[in-house]
Design a protein around this ligand. Structure first.
Ligand code: PHE
Length: 341
């Protein structure tokens, strides 16, 4: 029996020292000390011993139980320490590692161009105003002398919100002329940049949403000469000194007379090339003298006051300036594209 206990002592101590986690350790405790465990099995044989031998064996068995228990406790403490160390190691934060740099956005090329234009007009005493993209047909059309039945009022061209065609997404920034005349004291010098909407299919030069800049001056004694001088100055600031312009007669219901402003192609000098599509000229904006009917509709006496206005497409300007050939690139906001500017 002594030998059996000695064997159990050696086997159990070795197994306990080798146990690698708490679960295995608990299994060992059951295996050696449990009710059906190995020590209990040895003690069952006590009956075979003589009465003199029994107390000594009992004492040895108790001692062995205590030894195994303390070996288990010791190993348990060790395991806890090892686990903690592993956990700490796994969760270590290496403060010397370089961080992940957040990717910053990039100023949109079209807004670079817009800022440039704002600066030019602010320098000439204009104010920058903002207005609604959801408009009344009254402001987008009627007060601009665009009658019922005009093709631009068709449902195929304009996004309407209501069956009665009264509320819509503005198709141009020109309603800002009306808002300015109705709310601002005279004289007026404003530009109004913003989004406009038309039912156009998306392609390399069209989008159902794009940007315009409206400009308007109302004062006493304003003439077409002011319009031409001011716009020539703006063109020179954008495209460089000596840029040749041409004011071509046109028609807009809300200006009279009306014109379109072209610049001579800076690429070919007017001979015709892919940039100007063989025309020699590039269209920049629409403009004209504010129609007397529009002035009086806003409560301004056309015999005392006169003014001029223009409307210009912002995307096209940015595309020209940055040699962007597809309009869709402007709206996709791919950082790889934007970062080139
Ligand atoms: N609103 C016109 C357009 O969208 C442009 C324009 C504005 C023309 C102001 C004359 C005066 O085409």
């Amino acid at each position: 029996m002594r030998e059996l206990m000695q064997a159990l002592r050696e086997a159990s101590v070795r197994a306990i020292l080798e146990a690698e986690d708490a679960e295995r350790l608990e299994n060992l405790r059951v295996k050696y000390l449990g009710k059906k465990g190995e020590l209990t099995a040895i003690l069952r044989q006590m009956g075979k011993l003589s009465a003199e031998e029994r107390p000594a064996m009992g004492q040895l068995a108790n001692q062995l139980r205590a030894e195994i228990e303390s070996a288990i406790d010791k190993r348990k403490t060790e395991l806890t320490a090892i686990m903690m160390e592993k956990k700490l190691e796994a969760e270590t934060l290496d403060v010397t590692l370089p961080g992940i740099e957040p990717r910053l956005g990039h100023k949109h090329p079209m807004y670079n161009v817009l800022d440039q234009i704002k600066d030019i007009f602010i320098g000439m005493g204009f104010e920058i105003v903002d207005g609604p993209e959801v408009e009344l047909a009254d402001y987008n059309f009627t007060k601009l002398n665009i009658d019922e039945g005009h093709p631009s009022r068709e449902w195929t061209d304009t996004f309407y919100f209501t069956e009665d065609s009264q509320i819509l997404l503005r198709t141009q920034t020109s309603p800002m002329q009306i808002h300015a005349m109705e709310t601002r004291p005279l004289p007026i010098r404003i530009i109004a940049p913003g989004r406009v909407y038309r039912k156009d299919e998306v392609d390399a030069t069209h989008s159902p949403m794009f940007h315009q800049i409206e400009g308007m001056v109302i004062d006493k004694g304003v003439t077409m000469a002011d319009l031409k001088a001011t716009l020539n100055l703006v063109v020179e600031k954008i495209y460089g000194k000596g840029t040749v312009t041409r004011f071509r007669p046109h028609h807009f219901p809300f200006t009279e007379p009306s014109c379109e402003l072209d610049i001579q192609c800076h690429k070919c000098g007017g001979k015709g090339c892919p940039t100007c599509k063989g025309e020699g000229w590039i269209e920049v904006l629409g403009a004209g003298m504010v129609h007397p009917k529009v002035l009086s509709g806003c409560g301004i006496d056309p015999d005392v006051y006169s003014g001029w206005a223009f409307g210009m497409g912002l995307e096209r300007l940015a595309m020209g300036e940055y040699k962007i050939t597809d309009l869709r690139l402007i709206f996709e906001n791919d950082v790889r594209f934007l970062e080139q500017f």
